[in-house]
Design a protein around this ligand. Sequence first.
Ligand code: PLP
Ligand code: COI
Length: 357
Amino acid sequence: TAPAPLQFAVTKNLAAKTTAQREQILQDPGFGTHFTDHMVDVCWSERGGWHRPRVQPYGPISLDPAAAVLHYAQEIFEGIKAYRHADGGVYTFRPQENARRLQRSARRMALPELPEEYFLQSLRELIAVDGAWVPSAPDQSLYLRPFMFAKEAFLGVRPAKKVAYYVIASPAASYFAGGVKPVKIWLSQDYQRAAKGGTGAAKTGGNYAASLLPQSEAYAQGCDQVVFLDSDGNIEELGGMNILFVKKDGTLVTPSSDSILDGITRNSILDLARDRGLTVETRAVSLAEWRDGVASGDITEVFACGTAAVVTPIGALKGAGFEDEQPTGELALSLREELTDIQYGRREDTRGWLYRL
Ligand code: PLP
Ligand code: COI
């Protein structure tokens, strides 16, 4: 049974950006550099459960220097977008999936599970005050970042008894500076992102911290992103995106692994592909299968997907001692178009994926 709704206390930001300032930011929002005027903040304690739900002015958080998150990284987050439709309404995409994934991440990181209804409510509350920040320009959106962390001041290593949940929001254009043009991927051989039994399937900060050094290696190699392998040499995912392969016969293949993020964009793309009558395989994909498949023409497209990056074709794979051009085709872009048409309300949502905020 759903818990009773939280009663949010709303404090308006008296120093909120003016309409002119906001519109100027929305002209060229970039990704993740500008933030809206408010944020959601809910407390949790072992004794009191979820309490003190607030919408307050966006601003610095005061933390005790001994707050457990600063020492042991007990933290999880989500990424989800709000889209402006032509009728002016603001919608988000499959938020129940993000709510459930946040709960799975919470279980893995020994954090409390936020009820799905509270998650949905937290997004609605933020949009109720900051809805004007949802851009209406093509391909733009408001990126919502719910996150939860251990705030108890205690240096012993155990799950924190005091936790904070926040939602902030940031207007977003394309994640990659080049827009939808194919990206170049660096194959990380020295570093892994996650291990069996580790935290790879949780959306937790440490996974991203671990990806930064290989990501710098990628930049140094002239690449945009890293692809990670598991210890058996199978493909896992990129630092912040899942990966899919298109075979000559139209089959879509994507790695199955307990140590990658269960991407909502990926799952939605697989559903769209199935509904087009394409075969979908979720199974181990070795590096050899990828490289040989490209060389023989059996693999006709490779692309990455995620909330921030949407669908982005992969144009090259570079590793120690080799660089393979990747074939590009029509399927990735046509799936991208179908997905974004649904998200932006340009095509009928027959699957109940949209949620009005
Ligand atoms: N893999 C990682 C490591 C990610 O950070 C993301 C982004 O959220 C994804 C995959 C794609 O997940 P989703 O499509 O749910 O955004
Ligand atoms: C997202 O796509 O929402 C992510 O969290 C990925 C991150 C690299 C921005």
